[in-house]
Design a protein around this ligand. Structure first.
Ligand code: CS2
Ligand code: MN
Length: 406
């Protein structure tokens, strides 16, 4: 599997030299400065490609831009309203420009309004490092008593509502402000941040949009863009919901293997594929990651390998969790990587040009000099370097073992 690393562009505090020294072979990036729904021009794409390949002094970085994450899907497309037809046309134009520049793996997600969501961006873990965390009771407190969303009371069981009330009454103004900031500011690579009123307005737009309707809109979008992707040799790959359950009354339709099957089967082209994110999907105990890696294998074009630790606080499929070390946590990383290496071997046996699957270590814990360094929350240098090294070790050991021991 090809080792890649997310780079947010020239403003990223982690320089390309560090990415190369961390052992990554390629970069995952996006034109975050281009408005969602607008066209990515070939000139802008070529400029980012050059920046990835060449240091400011003109010397080569030894890196290539391998994966686009993400070419974002607009809210208009998700709701099939406003400028959605123009945005779909622009999506196709952007794919043509990407293909012309040799970028053929394109990640996107279909989460309405919110993207990946955490309540705490610097949770202290057992070894003293920091990690991103989603606390279900704090989230419920935000929904019930800060956002004061109509219908929130029906969303949570009594035990969780009682705990949320306890949490809220214990929060001082700073804690409330931090919770609001963490839940509305938009995390890196996600959609823009919202004010509380702006968020209320966005949520109201989904009041009459059911999960089934959103699912139909995803299938309609794919039916429109996949033929173009196929013609261009582009492989679209949908990133799952993070966390993989509905939030704030919003439907989330890419949370399980069955969710993926709906739109993979509806538009059965290899150009309609999967970003398998073990951290997002691993939050749910009913998601079998090694099994999904095997069963969805032929449609997996990109992989995020990270781990989460589910905590005791749970309410149905929802649970509190925090980002764990890559080899700890809920997901059996050895079995998941083993399944992906088997998929690669199968593709090589078929002589497929896309046999090598790119992956990235996704998020990392903040450890050592990461702590207090700032930068993109969830995307520290040393924590990701450690994760990438551990994942590389598993891949190397499994590859050698399969060669030597059959
Ligand atoms: C991360 C995100 O949530 C995750 O697992 O990979 O940064 C992800 O890339 C975004 O949610 C995609 O938009
Ligand atoms: Mn991910």
């Amino acid at each position: 599997m090809r080792q890649t690393w997310r780079w947010f562009g020239p403003k990223d505090i982690v320089p390309l030299s560090a990415i190369r020294q961390a052992g990554a072979q390629g970069v995952v990036s996006a034109l975050h400065h281009v408005a969602t729904g607008a066209v990515w021009t070939r000139a802008e794409i070529a400029q980012r490609k050059r920046k990835v390949a060449t240091h400011a002094d003109g010397t080569p970085t030894g890196l290539t831009w391998d994966v686009v994450e993400s070419l974002p899907v607009s809210e208009d497309i998700k709701r099939q309203t406003g400028s959605f037809r123009a945005h779909i046309a622009n999506y196709k134009t952007s794919m043509e420009a990407l293909a012309a520049e040799g970028l053929t793996t394109v990640c996107y997600n279909f989460m309405p309004v919110l993207d990946w969501t955490r309540t705490d961006l610097a949770f202290r873990v057992d070894h003293g490092g920091r990690a991103m965390r989603f606390d279900l009771a704090d989230f419920a407190a935000f929904d019930l008593f800060i956002l004061e969303r109509p219908g929130a009371a029906e969303d949570f069981g009594d035990a969780l509502k009682d705990e949320a009330a306890r949490r809220f009454s214990a929060m001082d103004d700073d804690a409330k402000a931090a919770l609001v900031r963490n839940l509305t500011a938009g995390l890196p690579g996600a959609a823009d941040g919202w004010t509380l009123d702006g968020l209320r307005g966005q949520l109201a737009l989904y009041d009459t949009l059911s999960a089934e309707r959103l699912r139909a809109h995803l299938v309609d979008f794919l039916a429109e863009v996949v033929p173009t992707a196929e013609k261009l040799g582009i492989r679209l790959c949908c990133h799952p919901d993070d966390p993989p359950f509905p939030l704030l009354g919003l439907p989330r339709i890419v949370s399980t293997e069955a969710d993926y099957r709906v739109f993979l089967d509806a538009v059965p082209s290899p150009a309609n594929g999967v970003t398998l994110c073990s951290g997002s999907l691993g939050v749910r105990a009913d998601n079998d990651l090694p099994g999904m890696a095997e069963r969805l294998g032929p449609r997996i074009h990109f992989v995020h390998l990270r781990n989460v630790r589910r905590e005791a606080m749970a309410d149905g499929i929802r649970a509190s969790f925090h980002e764990d070390e890559h080899l700890r946590g809920a997901t059996d990383m050895v079995a998941t990587i083993g399944a992906l290496l088997k998929e690669e071997a199968r593709r090589r046996a078929e002589g497929r040009a896309d046999a090598e699957i790119p992956f990235r270590p996704d998020h990392g814990q903040d450890i050592l000099d990461d702590i207090g360094r700032g930068g993109q929350p969830g995307y520290p240098a040393i924590g990701r370097l450690k994760g990438l090294a551990e994942l590389r070790g598993i891949m190397t050991a499994l590859t050698h073992a399969s060669v030597r021991y059959g």
